[in-house]
Design a protein around this ligand. Structure first.
Ligand SMILES: CC(C)(COP(=O)(O)OP(=O)(O)OC[C@H]1O[C@@H](n2cnc3c(N)ncnc32)[C@H](O[C@H]2O[C@H](COP(=O)(O)OP(=O)(O)OP(=O)(O)O)[C@@H](O)[C@H]2O)[C@@H]1O)[C@@H](O)C(=O)NCCC(=O)NCCS
Ligand SMILES: Nc1ncnc2[nH]cnc12
Length: 320
């Protein structure tokens, strides 16, 4: 087992230090994010290896199945970006076509359960943007990556939400826009993923620099994302009160030191129980954790080992 883990980490570090990203390394970076997100425990209201969170219709295996289904989509989006000679905004139609096909496959594979529709969009857009950036420069640069993603989807809020007009809204996002004026995942993408840029990546880097084990780094990053993400899955289930409950609780936990302190961990366990009682599941924030991990890997970040090195003290992080 130790050898297999060492080989996996060697592969991961090789990939993250890969000076010239290619479609495989880009797709794998975001698949790594999806797999590490679902395997993090605890996560307030969300599915983990030990809890189905606030869900009756999905568990760890549902997410493993859907992650396996969407993996080729990320690779294909990256390849579309690598092969695109025009400006970023002319790439969206091709990428949306790839995404729509894989969204149908995702829902087939999960028997209609919506596990990762949002992640498919966010990670697909960023995989394509990473491919496009890699055409122009040897390594992905953070600001250029997010700006390219924003350019790819420029006008999407206007075209797909503001222009709804009299047409009856079909999806949760469209209905929530009409009801509350929130732009959800489209707004996040069009702004260049500010939750990832300003919350997720700084929190991940600070937790990693603190020497915390992998599970703690990932949980701390999720809590940071939950403080400000306008998560439509929370609005859908519990309205504005649910969104402000989650954001303010996450801010309180950050004031206790987040997942890096015992007080913060105790508050996270209580928060998890409260989310389950209230049937609240911040799926958007979970997606943004997966995206944060993927972008960090693309930028050359190296996550802590999944298990403590031989002879060191056991990881403080909660074990499964
Ligand atoms: C572009 C679309 C994906 C937009 O779809 P929609 O109109 O539905 O838009 P939203 O509702 O705004 O968002 C869809 C999902 O995005 C995640 N999300 C929500 N808020 C944010 C945010 N602020 N930033 C980033 N991401 C956000 C969230 O996805 C996750 O949660 C879902 C699971 O949670 P759950 O509560 O279980 O959801 P449901 O089962 O639906 O509700 P219940 O019945 O259980 O209560 C899961 O999807 C996670 O990923 C939002 O749900 C779409 O229009 C589209 O174009 N799709 C095609 C794909 C595509 O174009 N790809 C292009 C590149 S490949
Ligand atoms: N772990 C998780 N639980 C529930 N919804 C999610 N959406 C993305 N990741 C999720």
């Amino acid at each position: 087992m130790k050898y297999a883990l060492r080989r996996t980490l060697d592969w991961y570090s090789d990939m993250s230090l890969w000076p010239h990203s290619n479609a495989w390394s880009i797709g794998s970076a975001f698949l790594t994010g999806a797999l590490l997100e679902i395997s993090t425990h605890p996560k307030p209201g969300l599915v983990t290896p030990r809890s189905n969170g606030a869900h009756e219709d999905m568990n760890l295996q549902t997410f493993m199945i859907s992650s396996a289904v969407i993996a080729p989509c990320l690779y294909q989006c990256a390849e579309a970006g690598l092969g695109h000679a025009g400006p970023a905004w002319t790439l969206l139609e091709q990428v949306r076509g790839i995404g729509a096909r894989y969204e149908a496959r995702l829902l087939d594979a999960t028997r209609g359960v919506n596990t990762q529709r949002g992640l498919l969009f966010s990670a697909g857009i960023l995989s394509a943007a990473a491919g496009l950036v890699t055409r122009q420069m040897p390594r992905c640069e953070e600001g250029v990556l997010f700006a390219t993603a924003a350019d790819m989807v420029r006008g999407i809020v206007e075209r797909e939400l503001r222009a709804l007009g009299r047409r009856a809204p079909q999806t949760a996002g469209e209905k929530l826009y009409q009801q509350y004026g929130v732009t959800g995942i489209r707004g996040e993408a069009e702004a260049g993923f500010p939750s990832v840029r300003k919350l997720g990546l700084p929190a991940l880097r600070a937790a990693r620099d603190s020497g915390a084990p992998l599970a703690t780094v990932l949980l701390d990053t999720l809590i940071a994302l939950m403080t400000e993400t306008e998560d439509t899955t929370l609005l859908w289930r519990g309205g504005p009160e649910a969104l402000s409950f989650v954001q303010s609780r996450a801010r309180h936990i950050r004031s206790l030191g987040g997942a890096l302190t015992e007080a913060g961990m105790e508050a996270i366990r209580v928060f998890d129980a409260d989310c389950i009682t209230r049937r609240l599941s911040p799926g958007g924030s979970a997606d943004l954790l997966a995206v944060t991990i993927g972008v960090d890997a693309l930028l050359g970040g190296l996550l802590p080992p999944a298990t403590p090195a031989p002879g060191t003290s056991p990881a403080r992080a909660p074990n499964f």
